[in-house]
Design a protein around this ligand. Structure first.
Ligand code: MLT
Length: 264
């Protein structure tokens, strides 16, 4: 489905009925990331999964992006879909950074948080320099120049060896992103604030899911978040890297379903 919101054409999946679950993908992917969750959870809930601006089938918008802008896009999508009920907001990695921003801005719209493969801290000086290098590479040589490197960082070595179709679909998602989308994400992530002070202010139930072999966000960062968020539960997903929802969909969906059922 497509809708014009916030001045661009946004593509999204909206499937099922019941409790709204809003899924926000990470960098540099798109809503296909959530395919196993859309399939399983749209039987019991209203699953909403957008392509962020510049990703997948959503229109690319040149210029600087920010977490605020992404959060506004999500809020506008919920308005356009007339979602009145509070949502379970599930963000993976950059989607988690956006979830913190969404929570700060639209607290009353959030019923629960699911934070996957993400961190609260801002980029270090080295991290910001690496974003600039990646942006320069993409400007000079295009998206293809980052696909192989990202694939080996996103997935666990076991997934890469044993799950060729999944590896191909992750590569395909990356090949579908626009240059504007990648540059916009890198800018937004590089300039994002430290969300650590937000953690103690989170008053909704929170599930933190983290792949045991995540090479991008160390597990300790996720465990620290779980200690600081008052009502947080931490679940480690074995044999998964940075995309546990795709690499171990059964374990991931089971944890998510149990969490949703436990909500008041
Ligand atoms: C993501 O998966 O969204 C990004 O790799 C996160 C990051 O680079 O900080």
């Amino acid at each position: 489905m497509h809708l014009k919101i916030n001045g661009f054409e946004m593509a999204f999946t909206s499937q099922g009925e019941g409790k709204p679950l809003l899924f926000v993908h990470g960098f540099p992917l798109n809503r296909q990331l959530w395919r196993p969750q859309v399939e399983a959870l749209s039987r019991v809930a209203h699953v909403i999964a957008p392509d962020l601006r510049g990703h997948g089938e959503s229109q690319a918008v040149p210029g600087e992006h920010s977490l605020e802008l992404f959060a506004e896009d999500l809020n506008a999508l919920l308005d356009a879909l007339h979602v009145k009920e509070r949502v379970v907001l599930c963000g993976l990695s950059m989607g988690g950074y956006i979830a913190f921003e969404f929570y700060r801005r639209y607290t009353t719209r959030v019923d629960a948080l699911v934070l996957t493969a993400t961190r609260a801290t801002a980029d270090t000086k080295e991290g910001r320099a690496a974003r600039e290098q990646m942006a320069a590479l993409v400007r000079q040589e295009g998206i293809a120049s980052i696909v192989e490197g990202m694939t080996t960082r996103l997935l666990s070595p076991n997934t890469i060896q044993t799950h060729k179709s999944l590896v191909d679909s992750v590569r395909q998602m990356m090949n579908e992103v626009s240059i504007e989308g990648v540059l916009g994400d890198l800018w937004a992530m590089k300039n994002r604030p430290d969300s650590t002070p937000t953690l103690r202010t989170i008053t909704v139930p929170t599930l933190i899911l983290h792949g045991e072999e995540d090479q991008i966000v160390p597990q300790e960062e996720a465990r620290r978040m779980a200690q600081l968020i008052p009502q947080a539960q931490f679940i480690r997903i074995p044999q998964a890297g940075h995309l546990p929802n795709l690499e171990q969909p059964e374990a991931f969906n089971r944890a998510l379903q149990d969490f949703i059922q436990s909500l008041p």
